[in-house]
Write a protein that binds this ligand. Structure first.
Ligand SMILES: [Zn+2]
Length: 556
């Protein structure tokens, strides 16, 4: 329906007569969507998906349906099989929870009780699907960075039972705080620095509440981002337990609020922050209690993941997965009269890249040994929800998923001497990639801003944290003729002026030649693993190595 190939094909049939249709490939037919990866095809898919006609690809509604139809038609026309039984789509049930903005956080000690206001002082919510949720007189415990990382020999919860208690947690990790390269990963944000991890770990520790202290530098954004991000409906998956496994109350407090709380406890915030950066730190009960209640409005909705597979010839129960999220933000507040958030680089070009890889593999003479899944996940912008849903409902067990390659935000800036690996140093997939691109004289480059923790912010992460080795790439850093400054400037310009704005549109000066090279590299890594008996592993020291090892018995 939305696939431009349909129009070309119909035109061709009319021109050459119906009898010849489907029997002969002409040059014109090939140029519609070539089995090879071409700049023209990448540009054509991107232009359709990023057009105003697709309304910014919201997670549900008519514009979502249009996007889904486009993808299903494309996969079907390539000759791929439906990934989910007889369907190319997997339903992803969503719930949105909106907290009333009138919650008050009360912190009580022997001497006084203070009240902190929603929005200006703190943000609180619950991810449990319930109309009311509260904590009452929950004992506050300062747990430093709230990290339990066996591979670093670090446990901020050591020796404490958190049942019924509320954790007060510093953002980021001791490595970033001290810039000590020997502590965690130094300036690079680790898995343990992400706020998502901190709430999850607090829940694993049995805590009742978890409150993160906002500080602008280690959070990498001002308080306004916290306030805006948690205002309005918050989406999540509909899980069988209604998220009962999460802590009852999650939240953030402003740094000045934390300083007040520490002062009321007779503790020095700066001294304890320093102590928390030192090995051997012990959690500390603060002699204060917290009480807060939230009221929610709850709505359910649905999105889908779209997937097509190439069945493995000899090991169909083993898989390699390509992911690219199909959704973006839909319509939002108008900027310069434009209310459609087109998401051209985020992630129309990424979708186009995976479609091109799929088309090339589908056209190959021989099927790969392992199954290859081309998975276009939904509701990424709501928190990788489609990817998390797939992780709970995979078509082959995650323990037998050999590799995942994710594509998210592709800027067509032309040919690069290198390819950027976000989270370089994670897994053996990087060696396979390096070997494959070395023939073109290209090399791997680490992401220039590892403190931003991007490895933990796109779809592959939902499966990586369950152990699946995952590769996440970005456009390189050095253009073959225009050098490094050109690329740095173009990327900075995108982040400052177009990322998550209506102006993320197809740009007239985009040059897809580099995307062709990167798509070939992405193809070759997956093809290599899909035709191998090897199981690429996380490197020693990676936080996901231990969980991968737990499923070792599944792998021959
Ligand atoms: Zn994205």
């Amino acid at each position: 329906m939305g696939d431009p190939r349909d129009f070309k094909f119909i035109g061709l049939c009319l021109a050459i007569g119906l009898a010849a249709c489907g029997q002969q490939k002409t040059d014109e037919d090939k140029s519609a969507f070539s089995p090879a990866i071409t700049a023209e095809d990448l540009a054509a898919h991107s232009a359709v998906l990023a057009s105003d006609d697709f309304g910014g690809r919201p997670p549900s509604g008519p514009m979502a349906d249009k996007t889904i139809t486009y993808l299903v038609n494309a996969l079907e026309n390539m000759g791929l099989e439906p990934a989910f039984g007889d369907s190319f789509t997997q339903k992803v049930p969503l719930v949105s929870i909106e907290a009333a903005p009138d919650a008050v956080l009360r912190v009580a000690g022997d001497a006084q009780t203070r009240s902190y206001a929603y929005g200006s002082d703190m943000m609180v919510w619950t991810t449990r699907v319930a109309e009311h949720m509260a904590i009452k007189d929950s004992e506050l415990v300062f747990v430093g960075y709230g990290i339990n990382a066996p591979e670093y020999g670090w446990n901020d919860y050591e020796g404490i039972d958190m049942t019924g208690k509320t954790a007060i947690i510093l953002v980021n990790d001791p490595g970033f705080a001290t810039q000590n390269p020997d502590l965690f990963d130094g300036n690079s944000m680790t898995y343990y620095g992400r706020w998502t991890y901190k709430y999850e770990e607090a829940a694993r520790q049995g805590a009742e509440g978890a409150i993160i202290i906002h500080q602008t530098a280690p959070a990498a954004y001002p308080w306004s981002v916290v306030e805006n991000s948690w205002t309005g409906p918050q989406f999540d998956l509909v899980r069988p337990d209604g998220n009962a496994g999460r802590v009852a109350i999650e939240g953030w407090v402003q740094e000045r609020v934390a300083q007040q709380i520490f002062a009321d406890a007779g503790l020095d915030f700066d001294d304890l922050t320093k102590a928390a950066q030192t090995p051997g730190f012990k959690p500390m009960t603060m002699g204060l209690t917290a009480s807060v209640a939230v009221k929610n409005s709850i709505e359910t909705s649905q999105t889908v993941n779209v997937g097509g597979v190439l069945k493995g010839a000899s090991h169909p129960d083993e898989a390699v997965i390509y992911t690219a999220h199909w959704d973006h933000l839909g319509e939002g507040p108008a900027v310069d009269g434009d209310k459609i958030y087109n998401g051209a680089a985020d992630n129309a070009t990424g979708i186009a890249t995976v479609l091109e890889v799929a088309q090339k593999m589908a056209a190959a003479q021989k099927s790969p040994r392992r199954t290859v899944l081309f998975l276009f996940v939904g509701a990424e912008e709501q928190g990788l929800l489609g990817a998390y849903h797939y992780a709970d409902n995979p078509i082959t067990p995650l323990g037998k998923t050999a590799a995942l390659i994710n594509t998210d935000v592709v800027l067509p800036l032309g040919e690069m001497k290198d390819i950027t690996v976000i989270g370089l140093g994670s897994s053996q997939l990087e060696e396979i990639l390096a070997d494959n691109i070395a023939v073109d004289g290209r090399s791997l480059t680490p992401y220039p801003n590892p403190e931003q923790g991007f490895y933990f912010r796109s779809d592959h992460f939902a499966l990586a944290k369950r152990g699946v080795p995952a590769l996440y790439l970005d456009t390189g850093t050095e253009h073959i003729t225009k050098g490094r400054a050109f690329v740095a400037k173009a990327k900075a310009d995108y982040v400052a002026h177009r990322y998550h704005k209506p102006s993320d549109e197809i740009m007239p000066d985009w040059d897809y030649s580099g995307v062709v090279l990167d798509a070939r590299a992405i193809h070759d890594v997956g093809w290599t693993v899909a035709n191998s008996d090897r199981w690429p592993h996380w490197y020693e020291g990676n936080p996901f190595r231990a969980i991968r090892a737990e499923s070792a018995d599944m792998r021959p």
